[in-house]
Design a protein around this ligand. Structure first.
Ligand SMILES: Cc1ncc(COP(=O)(O)O)c(C=O)c1O
Length: 393
């Protein structure tokens, strides 16, 4: 068994320090709880940075993975296997048979696939319009699409062909469209950018503009998808059908997967040899993802997300009445942001001391995204810890 000091030293000495870290070492997870190396229990209201829609170690995901590992761990994409066929069919069901899927391993790869698809589709048109405060990933093209300078700084030159315009501003989109424009890329609820909701009239008008100008409407559902907002996908709230959606995070129940879903009438533009991923859609991850989708339906988690999302938002609004430090509470389903008048990192630290894990994004927005199977009792516990923290600061 490694000593605490050895663990921290191993990270310091041997790992490229790209992450700001909390000094917590976790050893076990179950549902909405995590246990650290001292056997201290934490209530996790930000499981896996958007990965844990079923919480930690859901038994159905664990048994699916165990079952598949005992039969066949990996098979490359030049052969067929049953878990990928089943997952593709299930995603088809989840999206009412509108899309075909390309499997990869992460959100940024799903967006790269969408960008590459757009370039093939465009036949010379290649510009993609994205939005201020968006986040689409860290690989170079997804980074170029990301509308936040802090992530790009020092990595220039980024791939050409990306324009950022103000979020929720149709006039800026119209002004940015030219004969090279091929697509628009949007998060319907910006996650890393501070839990900002796209306005319905804006999205509808943007959708119409895309149809008129023959632009692809790409919705990045990496954080909002798989039930997070109380619908299977956030686009359902808006009554639109995008040309492409990208998924990752919660789809794999804790294992890495990404997926680009593209409307079936154009999907075959990416023919054999045009794009690939060695690990994408491997048997183990596909079995895990199938379990995730099945559990969400069987355990009626969309309903729970809608109901408890409203309940949680109500509790947080009550805190807003009590504490002028809170500027706004906003969100969709169980993706909720609490905007403060100042930097919120210290709140996160105080919550950790009291056994609650939440996130601070965009400097002053507390991001609360508990598992979709969270209970009212757990919400009450979390809100009472937050109340205590806000009272004492
Ligand atoms: C909306 C969105 N898109 C893309 C990504 C990138 O996903 P990944 O870290 O899996 O590459 C993220 C990650 O936070 C995200 O929130």
């Amino acid at each position: 068994m490694m000593k605490l000091r050895e663990i921290f030293e191993a990270y310091d000495n041997h790992i490229v320090p790209t992450y700001t870290k909390q000094p917590l070492i976790f050893v076990k997870g179950k549902g909405s709880y995590l246990w650290d190396i001292h056997n201290r229990r934490y209530l996790d209201f930000f499981p896996g940075w958007g990965v844990g829609n079923l919480g930690h170690c859901h038994p159905k995901v664990m048994s699916a993975v165990r079952d598949q590992i005992s039969k066949l761990i990996f098979i490359p994409n030049n052969f067929y296997h049953i878990p990928q066929a089943k997952l593709a069919r299930e995603l088809d069901f989840w999206t009412s048979s509108r899309f075909k899927v390309f499997f990869c391993n992460s959100g940024t790869e799903a967006n790269e696939a969408a960008i590459k698809f757009s370039r093939r589709f465009g036949k010379g048109r290649y510009e993609i319009i994205s939005f201020s405060n968006s986040f689409h990933g860290r690989t170079l093209a997804s980074l170029a699409a990301t509308g936040q300078e802090k992530y790009k700084s020092g990595f220039e030159p980024l791939p050409l062909g990306f324009k950022t315009v103000a979020f929720n501003n149709l006039e800026e989109v119209k002004a940015a469209v030219n004969d090279k424009t091929v697509a628009v890329m949007l998060e319907l609820v910006q996650g890393e950018g501070g839990v900002n909701l796209a306005q319905k009239d804006f999205v509808l008008a943007l959708h119409k503009l895309c149809e008129e100008k023959k632009l692809l409407f790409i919705i990045d559902e990496v954080q909002t998808g798989i039930g997070r907002t109380g619908r299977r996908f956030a686009y359902e709230h808006y009554g639109i059908i995008p040309h492409i959606i990208t998924l990752a995070k919660a789809l794999g129940g804790g294992l890495p997967i990404g997926a680009m879903l593209v409307r079936r009438d154009i999907a075959d533009i990416l023919g054999p040899g045009t794009h690939a991923s060695t690990f994408g859609g491997g048997p183990v991850i596909c079995k895990a993802a199938l379990a995730v989708l099945t559990v969400i339906q069987k355990e009626k988690l969309l309903k729970n997300t809608q109901d408890l999302g409203e309940y949680l938002k109500g509790c947080l609004l009550k805190l807003k009445e009590k504490y002028p430090l809170i500027k706004e509470v906003r969100g969709l389903g169980l993706m909720i942001g609490v905007e403060l008048n100042k930097n919120c990192n210290f709140i996160v630290d105080e919550c950790i001391k009291r056994g609650l894990l939440i996130n601070c994004t965009h400097e002053n927005v507390l991001r609360v995204m508990p598992a979709l199977n969270i209970t009212k009792k757990q919400i009450d516990q979390a809100v009472s810890i937050l109340d205590e923290v806000l009272f004492t600061v």
